[in-house]
Design a protein around this ligand. Structure first.
Ligand code: SF4
Length: 896
């Protein structure tokens, strides 16, 4: 962490990662660095940060940044260009294609990493002025099923409750949510409720995640059966007389049909248990808990959304809350936990292809209203193509120009390899980015536009509880980087829309966005922040976190937790009643078969974010799970001949990856889990998007990222080890590698089928020319270390892959080098040995071995003891579930 400059002002901003939306205090050091702390006044986190937020200081450097506009030359190389050249090129290209092929030949692909102001301007240009709704966002891969479920039930994309409900609930049901890793600060809030008030926690997930380890009841249901579970629950509640008949009668319609469908799917607890593959006693306990707990929050996330039946799953959950009237009151309600920092902001502006703007859709009166507000010449008349369909249209050559902003679809889309190939067909491929190299840029982008990054840009984001917070700049814009809203406005002006895109600042954009939300809104639309439409620039700068709605004429602005929706009905349907939605019976679209007998599940790990362009720079975060892996049940591992810590090829009908094997009975037999984070920038063959099915939910368009039929097989490498050097290196073809952030230089974990002599040649040419190279060959164990001016400059260490890695003590090489007049610090070598151990506590860099030793020696018998002796778990708390697990595991392995 950088020491702050003595008088550097502290800037209050918001974390750029998950949808919890934690407040951050950033104190720049005046030299490009920053000290980070949680903002104790922010209602989302009250000063807490998870491991990712705590490591933000390690991610603000300029290494790898795109600092100038670039244009691809005819020889294929990228060359620096002026902003004028780049913007003219983009505008001319768009104009040519629109005139020749029509506006639907253009597409924008946006991101939940954009600020609301950026999103608003891009959506306005496309839907109001270019005249196409081909604007979609990576939120389609994340939250689209929640959006569709909300709109079907509530008539609007409304999250009814607040985080405060997680403090007040007596029962919290987490469905398809590894909140301990993916929403860590919120999860710790749930744990405090459990500890202080005795709230019960139920986790519903095919995987026994670290979240599940903390639950009072874990339902490890079969993949894709959530709908059956909540249909069975609805039937149970009806039969036990737990319904709120008055609420159902006054504020809803469609209950009888929904209950009939629920009965048809899961008529009783035994059937529910059978369909879900869960013990009948556990189903009965869950039903009893739900029945008995009026204050119940059902929180759900990607495990529900990322499904070809995701919308039905969302509605099956909402049905239970509507039927019991448990919605919009303290401590109760369905609660969608958003994945990204501004997925909600994107939904507010209309960043999805099936939304128009400000939570309005494509009804004629809504189209006309937005047209008049924008004075739009080409207002779009119908929905556009959702993400997967958009890229398939690129594949077919129907979309000819694509502008990608702040996201990496070449990694994250389903069937990503085919999508990368499709990008090569584009006539105009524009990327607004922070980094000069990623898989999307390297898929042949014609124009790179340098966008401002977190810490450099200003604007707003909305978190999962509808709380709008400011992201504030605390670093200067580097090079020629510009905010995304500025870039889009500059192109719009070149297309002739000068007046509509004459924004002077983020505040200017925000005021217009807020005004649109209240335009002809007589309480008929949920999203209304018209009370913020006249903020002065100063007030915008000073804006405190505020939860919508914020209507013009409202008096005091509500703090998050004070406003809920639907306790007294008032839904946003024509008759103001909610809709029960009868879901379809649960059925996974693709069946497993002899060729692909497993189900591939994908998701996040604790200390990385998306494709690692930011978190991948942090040595602290890299130390937790450094290599891409596939988690496999022990029975499957034995059956397929896989060894823990070995390698496996995981394949589907769409592609293949080669990954480290992690054998774990947290995984169900027949299911595999692979994290989403690695790309061609960080690993040789670990883009899980290449493997994922493109099947989508018929309502939300969200792809099925949790249940692709897959197979796996062992991969044998002769040697494994690592290399560390000062700069990135191109490793020989056929080498398995994963790049790991380290404090200085670059490290690659390696596996190879080539022998030591090959690596001797490689090391000589790569490490050797300007350095003194010392080598040691000890049977199949090969070590090489390079010294420049007496300092260790790089090293390469390989040993038989099937054996435990030796202690890579480089001191022997130091002595060899010393003979030649060179030196190595033995301390440096030993430091490295310590770092290779997996780190459990990212904040204090406490390794797995240290925790195990503390437990087995008897000096620590609880997480409190570990905190006192090692400090682990005493800062952000993200590692607390893992610490508890280590204690249990060690007690089993070493009983007293
Ligand atoms: S929980 Fe962590 S990643 Fe999410 S917003 Fe808070 S600090 Fe950032």
């Amino acid at each position: 962490m950088n020491a702050p400059a003595p008088h550097a002002p502290t800037v209050r901003t918001t974390c750029p990662y998950c949808g919890v939306g934690c407040g951050v205090l950033a104190q720049p050091d005046g030299r490009g660095g920053v000290a980070i702390a949680g903002d104790p006044t922010h209602p989302a986190n009250l000063g807490r940060l998870c491991s990712k937020g705590s490591a933000l200081d390690e991610t603000v450097g300029l290494a790898g940044r795109l600092l100038h506009p670039m244009l691809r030359r005819s020889d294929g190389a990228l060359a620096r260009a002026s902003w004028t050249q780049a913007l003219d090129h983009v505008a001319d290209g768009l104009r040519t294609i629109i005139e020749r092929d029509g506006p639907d030949a253009i597409a924008f692909y946006l991101s939940g990493q954009l600020l609301t102001e950026d999103y608003y301007v891009a959506n306005k240009l496309m839907k109001g002025f270019i005249g196409s709704a081909n604007v979609d966002t990576n939120s389609r891969l994340c939250m689209a099923s929640s959006v569709a479920g909300h709109r079907r039930a509530f008539g609007a994309d409304t999250v009814p409750g607040s985080y405060a409900d997680l403090d007040l609930a007596d029962l919290i049901v987490l469905v398809g949510s590894n909140a301990a890793w993916c929403h860590p600060v919120l999860f710790q809030r749930i744990m405090r409720n459990k500890a202080r008030r005795g709230a019960r926690v139920v986790v519903v997930d095919p995987r026994r995640t670290v979240t599940a380890q903390e639950a009072d009841l874990f339902l490890g249901l079969a993949p894709g059966t959530d709908t059956a579970l909540f249909c069975g629950l609805l039937v149970h509640l009806a039969e036990r007389g737990a319904l709120d008949a008055a609420y159902v009668e006054a504020h809803t319609c469609g209950f009888a049909e929904a209950l009939a469908q629920a009965r048809a799917i899961a008529p009783d607890a035994p059937t529910t248990a059978r369909l879900c593959g869960v013990a009948q006693a556990d189903i009965a306990e869950f039903f009893n808990l739900f029945y008995a707990s009026a204050r119940t929050v059902t929180a759900f996330s990607q495990g529900v959304n990322q499904s070809a039946q995701g919308t039905d799953k969302v509605n099956a959950i909402i049905n239970c809350h509507l039927a019991t009237g448990r919605i919009g009151r303290p401590g109760m309600g369905p609660f969608s936990l958003t994945g990204q920092p501004n997925a909600m902001g994107g939904r507010e502006v209309g960043g999805l292809a099936n939304q128009l703007a400000a939570h309005m859709g494509f009804a004629p009166d809504e189209i006309d209203r937005v047209r008049r507000f924008w004075n739009a010449p080409c207002i779009v008349q119908r929905e556009g193509r959702k993400a997967v369909q958009m890229f398939e249209a690129i594949e077919r050559g129907e979309i000819k120009a694509l502008w990608v902003m702040a996201t990496n679809p070449a990694v994250s889309l389903p069937r990503a390899a085919a999508m990368r190939a499709a990008l090569g067909k584009l006539e105009l491929f524009v990327v607004s980015e922070n980094v000069i190299s990623n898989d999307t840029v390297n898929a042949g982008a014609h124009v790179l536009l340098p966008a401002a990054a977190w810490g450099e840009k200003d604007g707003t984001v909305t978190n999962s509880e509808r709380c709008i917070s400011r992201q504030r700049a605390f670093l200067p814009l580097p090079g020629e980087a510009r905010p995304d809203w500025w870039i889009v406005s500059a192109v719009a002006q070149r297309l002739g829309f000068t007046e509509a895109f004459s924004f002077k600042s983020e505040a200017d954009v925000f005021r217009e966005h807020a005004a649109l939300s209240g335009f002809e809104n007589e309480g008929t639309r949920d999203f209304d922040i018209s009370g913020l439409a006249t903020l002065s620039d100063h007030d915008y700068d000073a804006l405190e976190p505020v939860q919508w709605p914020v209507r013009a004429g409202d008096g005091r602005r509500a703090r998050p937790g004070e406003q809920r929706f639907f306790a007294d009905g008032g839904f946003f349907t024509p008759d103001r009643k909610a809709r029960f939605v009868p879901p379809q019976p649960p059925a996974l679209q693709e069946t497993t078969c002899a060729a692909f007998p497993f189900r591939l599940n994908t998701g996040r790990i604790r200390d990385q974010w998306h494709t690692m362009t930011r978190t991948g720079q942090s040595p602290r975060l890299a130390a937790h799970l450094a290599e891409p892996f596939v988690e496999v049940h022990p029975r499957d591992a034995a059956h397929m001949g896989l060894a823990d810590d070995g390698f496996a090829r995981v394949a589907t009908a769409h592609g293949a990856c080669i990954l480290k094997v992690m054998v774990s009975d947290d995984q169900q037999p027949g299911s595999l889990f692979v994290p989403i984070h690695w790309s061609a920038e960080t690993a040789s063959c670990a883009r899980v998007g290449d493997l994922v099915s493109p099947r989508t939910d018929p309502h939300s368009g969200q792809p099925e990222a949790k249940a692709t039929p897959a197979t796996l097989a062992p991969v044998d490498f002769a040697l494994a080890g690592f290399t560390r050097t000062q700069a990135a290196v191109t490793l020989p073809p056929g080498t398995w590698w994963a790049r790991v952030a380290v404090a200085e230089g670059v490290e690659y974990r390696l596996a190879t089928s080539r022998g030591p002599l090959f690596w001797h040649d490689f090391a000589y040419h790569w490490l050797g020319p300007e350095a003194r190279l010392a080598e040691q060959l000890d049977g199949p164990v090969y070590r090489a270390a390079a010294f420049v001016d007496g300092h260790l400059d790089g090293c390469l260490c390989l040993a038989p892959a099937a054996e435990a890695a030796p202690q890579w003590d480089l001191a022997g090489l130091a002595a060899a080098a010393e003979d030649g007049g060179r030196r190595i610090s033995k301390a440096g070598a030993c430091d490295y040995i310590a770092e290779t151990e997996p780190v459990v506590c990212a904040c204090f860099q406490v390794g797995l071995g240290a925790v195990r030793r503390a437990v087995t020696s008897g000096s620590a018998t609880s997480v409190g003891d570990i905190g006192r002796t090692l400090r682990a778990g005493t800062n952000c708390g993200s590692c607390l579930p893992e610490l508890k697990r280590i204690i249990v595991d060690e007690r089993i392995a070493h009983p007293l």
